[in-house]
Design a binder for this molecule. Structure first.
Ligand code: ADP
Ligand code: MG
Length: 736
């Protein structure tokens, strides 16, 4: 069935030609048990390798079942080995970390057998070679003789018509050697068995034919027993390795050698944590610096959480609007009247001067460091820096004295509005002081702001004056002595009236801002001069002469507007964009305060540098881990050459590696996610991990996963392409 016709094998290396064997012609039949002998270097192994299809030949022809093989490619030889050849080596070539059962099963898994077909078959073969007792023992724990029995069992499982054994007893004591040869003889009945041996005496009683080699030639070929010519050759049955079998082997290889598994897992965990850690610290830096940026129009206080709202149709806000805004899930607090938020106010007494923005007490989280929460309308708490001299050293003066609101004037007595500070919460950064006040005070502040921000003008006797609250000569001022609907003017300003008397003239006031305009129709009822000024207004003439006095209620009505602007504070400022688009859908124009912050060139350069560092880190990490993984996988060389010898294609071998690395990268990813989830439950205190997770969003989780999968895929591809470039024989030889 196997025939060589003047076949020669040469080795070329460094311009030298070495002869493996020359012009060998032999004819082998099924049923033969052939011993090949000869001194070392005579070409025995080379001959067996050529017959096995593990090596090519240069001259002559080799026939298998009458088919010529000289044109065979590596792929053809793969099929050839699968169909015809079972190999047994001097050093066994078993998978040391597999059990006896798994070593035998391996052949069947590679050759596409189903799980249901495998079990009984494997157990029977193990019984045939006398190893039933050891079926679940790792082969690394077996003796040499037992190992060679496993190798024979594996050959039997492959069910090839040819078994080729190159010095199978070379590493065995004589007792084990005899029993191995006996076993080979037993299985040789309907097969062709070729054994190379140094010790012909051991095989003498079994062999049917003896071939002696010398210096690359056959010098003796004796038939010792007649073998009937059996031309009916049964080739091994095999299919492509199934996906299920690959998966089973891949998973087995993953956990097979625990230290290797742990090491690989460690490498992948290292990758996950350093990529996510660097990314998250990068994000954190961005986030921290964005919070400190300065915007000249809006308060920097909580700016990272604040979105400004205006209705798209420019109308004022109503309760329905407030309700729909409050339903947006990421909104923590709605500031209906946010005008006070972007101004700084001063609050002072004889000892202490404080300066900063004003917010509603509703916005205060209630955690005071000193004092208590307000109980009355005029009580306030402050949020102030502990390092401020006044805050740390003058608490007696702060808590026991009334403060005056510089900007707020109580028109009933023309005095500054007074408040009491009852509590302090300390802040670590920022030097301004935030005042948390009752909504009643906030209303007054809003009125004050409108008073300043509106364009106010009044007209009488055909002349229009534009009023400015600060300009005493033209200003319009509230005074409790003026009845509603009336106005008191100075006699100095009556020159446009008939006979310089303006009494009973119409006095029209218009006040408007960007959103609304209010008007009042009053009558001039009194003219004042230096003499009657004080009795009319109760005020000092030198200080206030020139102003127009009207009733405080009339005055306030001029500056009463609905709310045309509001602010919301979000719970999570990392999803502001989503929140903004939700608000837009509800009919509001939005403006995120931090978007109005301009970034200077320095910040930009720092960001770009950080991005470059991050990318370099990922690349370096890839190469470092590739080399570490390669080192760890080095022991895998044996595995891959062995399974190729057993008939696996290089594609299957690569698939196994893919599965293994993928399993490990997925496990590391799951552990990573698990740790993050655990750190969020507060069951354990993984501060580092919690910090890390804070700045990762779904997008980053996906990116990290993709990086991991990509890395394991690239690693296995690179590793496989290096390993499988060599022929099957070279990979085997290299480690022998
Ligand atoms: P044996 O198995 O009988 O001891 P081998 O078949 O291993 O002998 O070697 C036969 C001849 O081929 C020897 O001269 C050896 O030096 C040569 N040879 C074997 N393998 C190679 C190789 N890879 N490169 C060069 N020469 C080789
Ligand atoms: Mg040899």
């Amino acid at each position: 069935m196997l025939k060589l016709k003047k076949v020669s094998k040469f080795y070329y290396s460094k311009g030298m030609v070495a002869t493996g064997f020359t012009k060998i012609s032999l004819d082998f039949k099924i049923g033969e048990f052939i011993a090949i002998t000869g001194e070392s270097g005579s070409g025995k192994s080379t001959l067996l390798n050529v017959i096995s299809g593990l090596d090519s030949y240069e001259e002559g022809e080799m026939y298998i079942n009458g088919l010529e093989t000289s044109h065979y490619t590596e792929k053809d030889y793969e099929v050839y080995r699968k169909k015809y050849i079972g190999n047994i080596f001097q050093n066994f070539n078993l998978i040391a970390s597999y059990t006896v059962y798994q070593n035998v099963e391996l052949v069947l898994l590679i050759n596409g057998y189903k799980r249901s077909e495998i079990k009984e078959k494997v157990l029977n073969i193990i019984k045939d070679v006398g190893l039933s007792k050891y079926k679940n023992t790792k082969v690394s724990k077996l003796s040499g003789g037992q190992k060679q029995r496993v190798a024979i069992a594996r050959c039997l499982a492959k069910e090839t018509p040819v078994i080729i054994a190159d010095e199978p007893t070379g590493n065995l004591d004589s007792k084990s050697a005899t029993s191995i040869l006996k076993l080979l003889n037993e299985i040789s009945k309907d097969k062709l068995v070729i054994v190379v041996t140094h010790n012909y005496d051991q095989v003498e009683e079994y062999v049917t034919r003896k071939i002696t080699m010398h210096d690359g030639r056959v010098i003796e070929d004796i038939n010792l027993k007649e073998v009937e010519n059996n031309e009916n050759v049964e080739t091994a049955k095999y299919k492509e390795t199934t996906v299920l079998n690959k998966l089973r082997l891949g998973i087995r290889n993953t956990f097979n050698i625990i230290p290797k598994f742990v090491l690989l897992l460690f490498v992948y965990m290292f990758i996950v944590f350093s990529v996510s850690g660097t990314y998250s610290s990068f994000q954190k830096g961005e986030y921290e610096s964005s919070k400190e940026m300065y915007n000249s129009y809006f308060s920097s206080f909580n700016a990272n959480k604040r979105i400004l709202l205006k209705k798209q149709n420019n109308e004022s806000f109503n309760n329905e609007d407030y309700e729909s805004i409050s339903k947006v899930s990421n909104i923590d607090y709605l500031l209906k009247d946010d005008l006070s938020y972007d101004r700084d106010f001063s609050v002072y007494n004889d000892f202490v001067y404080l300066y900063g923005s004003v917010s509603s007490l509703d916005l205060f989280d209630g955690n005071l460091d000193v004092g208590r929460m307000p109980e009355k309308d005029n009580e306030v708490v402050i949020y102030a820096n502990k390092n401020d001299y006044q805050i740390s050293n003058m608490q007696d003066e702060i808590f026991n004295n009334e403060f005056m609101f510089d900007e707020l004037i109580d028109f009933s007595n023309n005095e500054h509005y007074k408040v009491k500070i009852v509590g302090i919460k300390y802040r670590q950064i920022g030097y301004s002081t935030n005042f948390y006040v009752s909504n009643n005070i906030l209303d007054k502040i809003k009125n004050y702001i409108y008073t300043y921000d509106n364009e106010t003008s009044y007209t009488y006797a055909g002349r229009t004056y534009t009023s400015n609250f600060d300009d005493y000569f033209t200003s319009l001022r509230p005074n409790y002595n003026v009845p509603k609907g009336e106005a008191f003017i100075s006699v100095d300003k009556t020159y446009d009236c008939k006979y310089s008397k303006c009494i009973n003239y119409d006095f029209n006031v218009i006040s408007k801002n960007k959103y609304y305009s209010n008007s009042l129709n009053l009558k001039i009822t009194k003219e004042y001069n230096k003499n009657n000024f004080n009795s009319l207004t109760q005020l000092n003439y030198d200080e206030y002469n020139g102003a127009v006095f009207i009733n405080p209620e009339d005055f306030e009505s001029l500056f009463k507007g609905e709310n045309y602007q509001a602010s919301v504070f979000v719970k999570d400022d990392k999803i502001v964009k989503e929140t903004e688009s939700q608000l837009k859908k509800l009919g509001f124009d939005t403006f995120y305060i931090l978007d109005g912050v301009s970034e200077d060139i320095g910040t930009k350069i720092i960001r770009i540098t950080k991005l470059i560092v991050l990318s370099i880190l990922i690349i370096v990490l890839f190469f470092v881990s590739y080399f570490v993984i390669k080192l760890i996988l080095k022991s895998r060389n044996v595995y891959f050459s062995t399974i190729r010898m057993l008939g696996s294609s290089s594609k299957t071998a690569k698939n196994l590696l893919d599965i293994e690395l993928n399993m490990i990268s997925n496990i590391s990813y799951l552990i990573f996610i698990g740790l993050i989830l655990l750190s969020k439950t507060n069951l354990v205190n993984f501060e580092y991990i919690r910090d890390l997770a804070e700045f990762l969003t779904i997008k980053e989780y996906i990116i990290i996963y993709v990086i991991l999968v990509l890395m394991s895929y690239l690693t296995s591809t690179r590793y496989a392409s290096k390993l499988f470039k060599k022929s099957a024989m070279n990979t085997i030889k290299e480690r022998v």
